[in-house]
Write a protein that binds this ligand. Structure first.
Ligand SMILES: Nc1ncnc2c1ncn2[C@@H]1O[C@H](COP(=O)(O)OP(=O)(O)OP(=O)(O)O)[C@@H](O)[C@H]1O
Ligand SMILES: [Mg+2]
Length: 496
């Protein structure tokens, strides 16, 4: 097995410290023991395990733990004094690395490493090593289970189910089975098994209906920080009036984005940017992209990124992007991207680095993460972000035309149980010149209230009155809208 060979190579390199970050401690110990026992006699190192609760204990042969060696400085002093080679696995030692005395004791052990090989293997879920120790250290990344391994885990869980249910076999939809193997990518063995068990044990079957739950559980496991949000609420094409060009573009790319083999001659789409007038459906279109592709939608929240993780902004962005990579295939929606990439107050430096990290990720990404970025403040958009080649396309979302306004009215009337045929939509749409989709929706909401107050059915007149009462943003901010259009003219493609 490759992982075992990789770990063996690192251990045999005889670096004084080997750091392993993993949540799969049991599996790691098993692996270390297998390696220790398979070693040839000339290079054999006795294997010890330490925990704060049990102290030091021999792992390669059965011996009682030595409780007197449970205190961290005490066990390090003991190791330092031992004149025989050995491998010491310290479990969850990370909090004690804050103590100067422990750091120095470890350094003492490292400095005499050439004379006596006492190798320290630190295993925790996360380890920040003091700088003094970095040069003595090798890190081992526990590779995550590959496709065949994931399949083996699922089969093992399915067999377990059969054994516990008097031999009844797990019902499997072949397509869902294949997708389950795919969707469990990026998790540890332990988590893969847990999610497979959840999917199989609740109804004894692997079906398509298991998949959304698996993706959500996976997201919960991966996204501990909380700046990526899992959006349950995706939309359909039919929820959007207009944006025909965008809809066509997405439909054409869908097969290439979702296929994994037979469309190699087509480049995998990377993502799009939607720029445009407020309330004209940018966020809605981002949601619809996930709906059309039939993929989970993750939203990256820049406001939290800056506020909650002051000083760690960049690292958190990288972590979030990595999570998105692992969640692939998925749609990553970055709402109001300009707010994250343009310096806020004294944070220009941070914003520059955030932009750099993001662009590098976009350029190098091979995972199936389709990015939909939205923006409405062009003056705050860094030019690097909108340069050709960054996104597959920049779309401009303009105010809806008369025909499209008619569609939008119909969509929102239907959504509220009204019959669009009973109103003079052509006249209404014409009157609503300059209204955004959001304003159209709002007009209907208010008109329904007026009708209700008059104890009458909704009529054309109610809507017209609402429209006359409202000054649309395009009028209030006409200058801004003109500037936006002028900017978009040479740079973007129209959505309609
Ligand atoms: N083209 C449209 N078709 C149907 N409904 C629309 C359309 N445009 C806007 N709406 C309605 O207006 C609401 C607000 O639109 P949305 O949030 O998508 O706009 P936005 O462009 O993201 O605005 P902002 O710039 O303020 O973020 C939508 O939830 C939807 O109900
Ligand atoms: Mg929006």
């Amino acid at each position: 097995m490759d992982r075992q060979r990789d770990l063996e190579l690192i251990l045999r390199s005889r670096m004084p410290i080997v750091v392993i970050e993993t949540r799969d401690e049991k599996r790691m110990l098993h692996l270390l023991r297998t390696i220790a026992l398979s070693g040839t006699s000339s290079e054999y190192l006795p294997l010890f395990r330490w925990t704060i609760t049990d102290g030091l204990q021999r792992l390669d042969i059965e011996l009682e733990p030595q409780l007197h060696n449970s205190d961290p400085p005490e066990v390090l002093r003991h190791i330092r004094a031992v004149n025989k080679p050995g491998m010491y696995v310290l479990l969850d030692f990370h909090p004690y690395l804050q103590e100067p005395v422990n750091v120095r004791l470890i350094k003492d052990i490292c400095l005499r490493h050439r004379e006596v090989t006492r190798q320290l293997v630190l295993i925790s879920h996360k380890i920040e090593l003091p700088h003094e120790l970095e040069s003595f250290t090798a890190r081992f990344d526990m590779a995550l289970p590959a496709e065949e391994e994931r399949e083996r885990i699922i089969k093992r869980v399915a067999n377990e189910y059969s054994r516990e249910h008097k031999g009844s076999r797990v019902q499997t939809d072949p397509k869902a089975y294949k997708l389950l193997i795919q969707n469990l990518a990026g998790l540890t063995d332990h988590d893969t098994e847990t999610l497979a068990r959840n999917a199989i044990f609740h109804d004894g079957a692997i079906t398509k209906s298991d998949l959304p739950e698996v993706m959500h559980a996976k997201y919960e496991l991966l996204n501990k920080g909380g700046i990526l949000h899992y959006e349950y609420d995706t939309a359909k094409f039919s929820n959007i009036g207009g944006l025909e060009n965008l809809k066509r573009w997405l439909s054409l790319r869908k097969p290439a984005f979702l296929s994994d083999s037979n469309l190699r001659h087509l480049d995998t789409p990377k993502g799009i940017m939607l720029i445009g007038v407020q309330g004209c459906g940018k966020s809605l279109a981002a949601k619809a992209t996930a709906g059309i592709f039939g993929l989970p939608l993750l939203r990256l929240d820049f406001a939290t990124l800056y506020n909650k993780y002051h000083g760690e902004t960049e690292r958190n962005l990288r972590d979030s992007l990595r999570t998105a990579d692992v969640m692939a295939p998925c749609v990553l929606w970055i709402d109001e991207i300009e707010k994250g990439m343009a310096g806020r107050g004294g944070e220009t430096g941070t914003a520059q680095r955030v932009l750099g990290s993001f662009l590098t990720w976009m350029a190098e990404k091979t995972s199936k993460v389709f990015v939909v970025a939205t923006a409405n403040e062009i003056s705050a958009l860094p030019p690097e972000l909108v340069r050709k080649g960054r996104f597959d396309e920049l779309f401009f979302v303009d105010l809806p035309s008369c025909t499209i306004r008619e569609q939008i009215f119909a969509i929102h009337l239907k959504a509220r149980g009204q019959r669009p045929e009973s109103l003079d939509l052509a006249r209404i749409a014409e009157t609503a010149d300059g209204f955004s989709g959001a304003e159209i929706e709002q007009a209907i909401v208010s008109a329904l209230y007026s009708a209700h107050a008059n104890n009458s059915e909704l009529g054309t007149q109610h809507v017209l009155e609402e429209l006359e009462r409202t000054k649309p943003l395009s009028v209030v901010m006409s200058e801004k809208v003109s500037l936006l259009r002028a900017w978009a003219a040479g740079r973007t493609v129209a959505c309609d």
